[in-house]
Design a protein around this ligand. Structure first.
Ligand SMILES: Nc1nc2c(ncn2[C@@H]2O[C@H](COP(=O)(O)OP(=O)(O)OP(=O)(O)O)[C@@H](O)[C@H]2O)c(=O)[nH]1
Ligand SMILES: [Mg+2]
Length: 251
């Protein structure tokens, strides 16, 4: 499918005592493996995180489709937050093109943004990409309607038209937006980054919602999707994830 993916995977993992969450093991693979498999249909993938993720990425790349390009990059300064990480991922995907005219050569028309600490990223990534691909051609998002024969149903409410284009953002059953598993029109993301970056500091410590401030957020309810992530050891225990023997490093 014609989309790129940015996997944000370089948080501090403070609540887990500094553990590299993407390297935690679940169901026979790391959380990063699961996130990468969830983006398997992407044209290109930028993982934004530390070099410790390299072995997992190399392993994935060895088995990926020959045409898929995957790169590892990092925001500057490190740990500048998910919005800065997304900007770094876009730069890597566009070969330094952030701030250029929208959709410079190389970018796919849609970009999936995905966290690397989700326990089950496959279903959410597949469903939100399908939904976005189906609606991307519509011009502005249509009046809410039920999508027959899919597990996906648009939320009744979308925000008013915004300047930059659309992002399809899942909403969990408590009504919380999940911007770290969303799909956005690539030109809209490029413009949003350009507009939100501050001179000298870029997007450091900025939130995803600030980055998306001028983007039309289309709220999407996805049936049968679990947004559970691993933020605490309690979350990890619940999911059957063991503590690594050497924190922060793959075991
Ligand atoms: N590259 C990068 N990724 C980030 C950053 N902050 C968060 N992420 C990623 O975004 C996703 C969701 O972040 P959180 O659940 O808050 O993870 P975290 O920041 O590592 O965890 P805490 O330090 O406990 O808040 C995870 O996949 C993180 O790896 C960052 O500063 N840089
Ligand atoms: Mg989290």
């Amino acid at each position: 499918m014609n989309f790129d993916a940015i996997v944000v995977a370089g948080g501090r993992g403070r609540r887990l005592g500094g553990t590299d969450k993407p390297l935690l093991h679940h169901g026979g693979a790391t959380l990063l493996d699961h996130a990468l498999r969830a983006t398997a249909a992407a044209h290109r993938i930028a993982v934004v995180g530390p070099t410790e993720l390299n072995p997992v990425i190399s392993r994935y790349a060895a088995e990926a489709d020959a045409g898929q390009i995957i790169t590892l990059t990092r925001e500057y300064p490190a740990f500048a937050g998910p919005a800065a990480a997304v900007a770094a991922g876009m730069r890597a995907l566009g070969d330094g093109a952030a701030g250029d005219v929208p959709q410079p050569g190389g970018h796919a028309p849609l970009t999936l943004i995905l966290a690397a600490d989700l326990i089950s990223p496959g279903p959410v990534a597949t469903a939100i990409v399908e939904y976005a691909v189906e609606h991307a051609a519509d011009g502005r998002d249509p009046a809410p309607r039920t999508v027959a024969d899919t597990a996906v149903e648009p939320e009744a409410q979308t925000m008013p038209l915004a300047e930059f284009g659309r992002a399809w953002v899942p909403v969990d059953d408590q009504g919380r937006l999940q911007p770290l598993s969303c799909v956005i029109e690539t030109p809209a993301l490029l413009r949003a980054i350009e507009a939100a970056e501050k001179p000298g500091e870029g997007l450091a410590n900025s939130s995803m919602m600030r980055l998306l401030a001028k983007v039309q957020i289309v709220r999407v309810s996805l049936d049968g999707v679990d947004y559970a992530d691993v933020d605490t050891w309690e979350d990890a225990d619940k999911a059957g994830i063991a503590r690594p023997t050497a924190p922060g490093r793959e075991t």
